[in-house]
Design a protein around this ligand. Structure first.
Ligand code: ADP
Ligand code: MG
Length: 402
């Protein structure tokens, strides 16, 4: 307690004592109740600030908006997928992605607001993905979010897409307690990270080349299964034998937590070239490939949790919706005495609820910080100088939010 606080408390105490001598003990009870009431009201007002967050996500090929409350409850979540647009090209075409985001951002946000049962006047803050991602696609979400926040005088925060993926577990009914280890596996990233607090991320390892989801997509293309490949390989593998073809498991023998999936993709391509066309059993190839990815992810994830003596492991990102991966990691975690937390598939792939969940913590931190007021005296005014690129986008590493 600071000197001024002690002096203030002493003054209050002396005043109460003085009044009680004059008016008797009944009044003391009334005074206590009065101060209790004031305290609770202030606490409630504090907690309600920045509770309702509008999240916006346009980093790749999903236009998404969501409204969350308190950083843990989803009031609405709308995801408009561009799969049909990019399907004929066998992958995401960045220019087309930007144009589709521009077309869809307004109706998607309007639907998210309508579904949430709130109107734009109830929003306390705006959170938007600021990277990593396709620059043109990010710019659409960022520009919209800046305009929305500026027009309403709301605070705005830029969220690192990878932090957003991890924050998807904060939306679960039973989120992991801190600290936990997160295995983030998506189309653009494969990372292992120690999460010490809602905004404290410590990098443990990452892929040296292709991400796991990228490998799924490329192998699906090699097998002529179309785009996006993860879901198709997942389904097709159910008809295949995962043990008939053994593909390489890169880096499994290494003690570190880095990954490599590009050799596995090449191994599948070589296998196909070496086989006679009539003898190819695509479901077996798909199942064998999937098993190799799953083996590496499960073993690295569990050993990362053990290395950090963590009893909780979170599995997040688009690939975390893979049926076989979910099954295998659950089994292995149980054997190791580790609790595994996996958001539902709709929260694993790109969405805006996870961005709002992360944004909630960032805005609260800003609100609680002892930053001096700006020259204009408007401490929580919209920040309009967000970069399209995140500071971490080039290395793909996860750092502490500042
Ligand atoms: P981004 O990489 O843009 O963050 P997502 O987090 O939405 O995107 O992840 C998309 C990736 O997840 C794609 O590579 C896709 O193939 C992969 N994926 C989606 N569902 C599955 C699945 N059931 N099994 C394996 N991979 C999947
Ligand atoms: Mg993603």
């Amino acid at each position: 307690m600071e000197k001024a606080d002690v002096a203030f408390c002493t003054l209050i105490f002396q005043a109460v004592e003085h009044i009680s001598n004059i008016l008797g003990p009944l009044l003391i009870v009334e005074f206590i109740l009065f101060f209790l009431f004031i305290g609770l009201t202030l606490e409630k007002a504090f907690m309600s600030t920045h509770r309702i967050i509008l999240g916006i996500e346009t980093s790749c090929d999903e236009t998404a908006a969501a409204v969350t409350s308190g950083g843990h409850t989803i009031l609405s979540s709308v995801v408009w997928s561009q799969v049909a647009t990019h399907h004929p090209y066998g992958g995401v075409v960045p220019e087309l992605a930007s144009r589709k985001h521009m077309e869809k951002i307004v109706p998607v946000v309007e639907k998210a607001l309508a579904d949430s049962g709130t109107d734009s006047n109830s929003i306390d803050g705006v959170a938007v993905t600021c990277g990593p991602g396709l620059v043109g696609a990010l710019l659409v979400g960022l520009s919209f979010a800046k305009a929305f926040a500026y027009a309403r005088g709301l605070p705005l925060t830029g969220v690192n897409h990878l932090h957003g993926h991890i924050a998807a577990v904060y939306l679960e009914p039973d989120p992991p307690p801190f600290p936990f280890v997160a295995l983030l596996t998506s189309g653009g990233h494969t990372n292992l990270c120690y999460v010490a607090g809602p905004m404290k991320f410590e990098h443990m390892g990452q892929t040296r080349d292709d991400a796991a989801g990228e490998a799924f997509d490329k192998v699906a293309k090699i097998l002529g299964l179309g785009y996006p490949g993860g879901m198709v390989i997942d389904q097709l593998s159910q008809q295949g034998d995962p043990d008939r073809i053994r593909f390489p498991r890169a880096f499994l023998d290494k003690t570190g937590f880095d990954f490599s999936f590009s050799g596995l993709k090449t191994a599948v391509a070589r296998y196909i070239q070496g086989e006679k066309e009539g003898t190819l059993r695509i479901p077996d190839i798909a199942a064998g490939f999937q098993e190799a990815v799953v083996d590496v992810l499960v073993q690295k994830g569990i050993s990362a949790a053990k290395a950090k003596s963590c009893q909780h492991l979170a599995l997040v990102g688009g690939v975390a919706s893979n049926r076989r991966l979910r099954e295998r990691i659950k089994e292995s975690a149980q054997e190791a005495g580790i609790a595994v937390h996996m958001p539902g598939p709709e929260l694993c792939t790109d969405n805006a609820a996870m961005i709002a969940a992360m944004g909630y913590h960032q805005l609260r931190k800003r609100k609680n910080s002892s930053q001096p007021e700006s020259a204009a005296g408007e401490r929580w005014r919209t920040v309009l100088d967000l970069d399209a690129y995140s500071k971490t986008s080039h290395s793909g590493r996860l750092g502490v939010v500042r």
